[in-house]
Structure formats: C-alpha cells, structure tokens
Design a protein around this ligand. Structure first.
Ligand code: LLP
Length: 420
C-alpha cells in the first residue's frame, strides 16, 4: 500500500496535492508519506509478533534523520554499515542496544566507535575482521558481541548486483567453513559469539530462498549449540521485495508465517533487517519536464531530475513507474525516454516508456523511490542534492533542505600556491 493517490485527477500525498508541494519547495524533490512509513513498519513488526524479535531498519535504504527518528519512535533498531550510519542512528535516537553492524570493511576507528556506543553486535564477515575486533576490544578492555555472517550459497533470483548470498560473493563465511570460524571466534578472549547472521540479497519476490537459507543456518545453529556455543540471536537479514511494476512479492505476513515456526522453539531472538519494504513505496521523486525533443528515431522527455538524484535505472536498469502528477483526460500515449540533464547517455529514469504525453512544465512522479533513492544520490555534474519532504497530517515538513551552490564546494581548498 501507499498514500500517493489521485483525487480528481491530481496526485496527492496523503491529503496534500503534489503540485502544491512542488510549488512550495521546488523540484526535483523526494516526498515521503508519514502514514505509509508507519503502516509499513507496523505491518512488518506486527507480522512477527509470535516470536521475540528485533527489527533493525536497514538505514542504507533511507537514512534521513527524520525518518530514522520516526523508526526509533516505532521501536526500530538499525542495521548499519559504517561509522557514518552509526552517527546518524544515534543522532536520531535509535537504541544502540538494537543496532547491528555489517559490512566487509569495518575500519578500526569504526569498530572502536561502535564498541564505545555499546551496539548490540557486529555481523562479522572474515577472520581478519574477527581478529581486528578482538584487538580493538582488548585495547578498550571490552568484550565485543558478534554474530558470524554465513553465506548460505542460495540463489535469491534477483539482480546480480544486489544478490549477496552466493559462494562467489564477497560477503560472509561459506557454510562449510563456518564451524572453524566459530571455533576461532570462541577462542578469542575479547569476543563473545552470540549469533548467526545471513542476508542473501535484495528485492526478493519469493519466500522460498528465505526459508532455504534459514534452514541451512539452523542446521549450523544446532551443531554450534551441541558444541556449547550459546547462539542467542538469529539474524535473517533484509531483502523482502516490493512492487515496482507487476512483481507480486510476499507480504511481511507471508514471510512471518514461513519463518516464525522454524525459529519458534529455539529460545533465540530473531533479528531482521528490512530496508526497501519499509521505505520503498513510501517515497516518490517529483520532477518537472523541462523540454521535449524528437530525434530521428526517438522521443525524449527531458526532466530536471537526473541519474545523480536517482541512480537505480542507470545502475541496475531498474524500473520505476512514472506517472503524471495531473492526469489529462484523453492524453495521447507516447513512447519516450525520460532523461535528465546529466552529460551521460546512461542518464535516464525510463527507457522506451509508454506514457501519457508530457509537456514542458508538467510534473511527473517517479514512483517507489523511497529506498536507495536519496541515499545513493551524488553531486555529479555539480548538481546540488534535492530537498526531502515528509508529509504528515496535511503538513509539509522539509526534512532536508535543497543544497545550495555553496554546499557543493564545502571543504574544498585552493592551496596557497594557487591563490594568486
Ligand atoms: N542487511 C544487509 C546486510 C544488507 O546488505 C542489506 C542491503 C539489507 C539488510 C537491506 O536489504 P533490503 O531489505 O533493503 O532489500 N542499492 C540497491 C540495493 C542494495 C542492497 C544492499 N544491501 C538497490 O537500489 O536496489
């Protein structure tokens, strides 16, 4: 579900006309619905009510402070992958006791920062990292809680760039080496092994890979328990897909019904790291048509948003529905590429898209842009990053101001020898 619906031909976010928002804050801008975000979080969290669990929102999907604060209020923890994400999570009031830290390249500074703030655990991805954590914890006179990330070698049947659980992937330990790694971990004096982690990929549209991967992990948990390692947390990662066009992904309820019985009697806390399923359809990118252009072979709709604002179409060939903010009855259907002002042929939001004819000045809504939209934005072509807006109870809240030109050069220095 989401709250971007038409009323008398005009798209609204909750009760607020998108056109009004665009007029007030300009374009392009990301617009999020508070109601959708809360509903999505509650649907996910509620689905797992029958088992003790922690929802650790994967903030790489959307790390705006206001959205994180909203998640914190709902009781969410955070799945983080950097010191910067930890900083944001803490600033937003997310409890370190519900924060887990993944990623293959944690630096010693990041490890120290995470230990200082006493996060719940590190999801460890290599023996070298395990040793580094042990050493940093020793320096600090602490013991670090860890889960080992197991790579169950399951094909999640999603885009190769966002599939992470195959043998050839850089993530985690292979299931056959896991036992040895757990032995190493248990032998390190400043490491406390408390869990097992897996995450096999993103935008999964079936339950089966989740179940298959979990079953592999549970076999391991059984062996570990018989060796006296007290596994208290099972982390199944994120990855639940959403509808971008005609996918029919399982609902959180379906996932819970498949997963909960498997972990019910284990006396473990289930950790989940959903990102996309919470925020993806809770946000849109609104852009204005600048020009239209007809080449010999193609028609182009040139808009003011570009690949630097939303890179998913360029990077993954991802499909985002593009809808007119104001429906024009009887509008002609055209086939066009929707492209931005960036100087790259790869700069497009849609290719060969059938859409109602769009004219200069029209507003378009790029749907399902709440996850991996703004967080992957850059300043490429010296384009200021766009504003982010949160709509709640008919109110427009600017939760990130549009960047100004001065923001583009912040931190840059012309050295003395070039100063005259
Ligand atoms: N946990 C871990 C360890 C992850 O690596 C990820 C995503 C998640 C959880 C959250 O997955 P989600 O529930 O959002 O599927 N930029 C790509 C997606 C990259 C996902 C990276 N890891 C995209 O735009 O599709």
């Amino acid at each position: 579900m989401h709250d971007f619906l038409y009323r008398q031909g005009e798209m609204h976010c909750e009760n607020v006309a998108i056109e009004r928002i665009a007029k007030e804050v300009g374009t392009p801008c990301y617009i999020y619905s508070h109601h959708t975000l809360v509903q999505h979080y509650r649907a996910f969290d509620g689905a797992f009510h029958s088992v003790p669990h922690i929802v650790a929102f994967a903030m790489k999907a959307n790390s705006n402070l206001a959205i994180l604060r909203l998640m914190a209020r709902e009781g969410s923890g955070a799945d983080i992958v950097s010191g910067g994400e930890l900083y944001r999570a803490l600033k937003a009031g997310i409890s370190p006791a519900k924060t887990v830290f993944a990623g293959v390249g944690k630096t010693r500074e990041e490890i120290r920062y995470a230990l200082q703030t006493d996060i719940l655990m590190f999801n460890v991805e290599s023996s070298a990292e395990l040793r580094a954590i042990d050493e940093v914890a020793a320096e600090m006179g602490r013991r670090a809680r860890v889960a080992l990330r197991i790579n169950p070698d399951i094909d999640p049947k999603t885009h190769p760039y966002i599939s992470t659980g195959l043998k050839k992937s850089k993530f985690g330990f292979s299931a056959d080496r896991a036992l040895e790694e757990f032995k190493l971990a248990s032998s390190l004096p400043h490491i406390e092994v408390v869990g097992v982690h897996k995450h096999i990929g993103s935008q999964l549209t079936e339950v089966a890979p989740f179940v298959e991967a979990l079953k592999k992990i549970l076999l391991l948990v059984e062996v570990l328990k018989s060796h006296g390692t007290d596994i208290r947390y099972i982390n199944i990662g994120g990855g639940l897909g959403i509808t971008y066009s005609d996918e029919r992904p399982p609902r959180p309820q379906d996932l819970a019904e498949a997963i909960s019985p498997l972990v019910h009697d284990l006396k473990c806390v289930l950790i989940m790291e959903p990102g996309r399923v919470i925020v993806g359809n809770a946000g849109i990118l609104v852009t204005r048509v600048l020009y239209t252009k007809q080449s010999e072979t193609k028609r182009f709709v040139i808009v003011d948003a570009a690949m630097n604002d939303l890179i998913r179409p360029s990077l993954y060939g991802a499909y985002h529905e593009i809808r007119p903010v104001r429906e024009v009855p009887g509008a002609k259907t055209i086939t066009a590429d929707v492209v931005g002002p960036v100087c790259e042929s790869g700069d497009f939001l849609a290719k060969d898209r059938e859409m109602p004819e769009a004219r200069p000045g029209d507003l378009l809504a790029v749907m399902s842009a709440g996850a991996y939209g703004f967080t992957m934005a850059s300043n490429y072509n010296s384009r200021p990053r766009v504003a982010e807006i949160l709509i709640k109870d008919g109110q427009i809240h600017v939760i990130r101001a549009r960047e100004e030109y001065a923001d583009l050069v912040r931190g840059e220095v012309i050295p003395e020898f070039l100063s005259t």
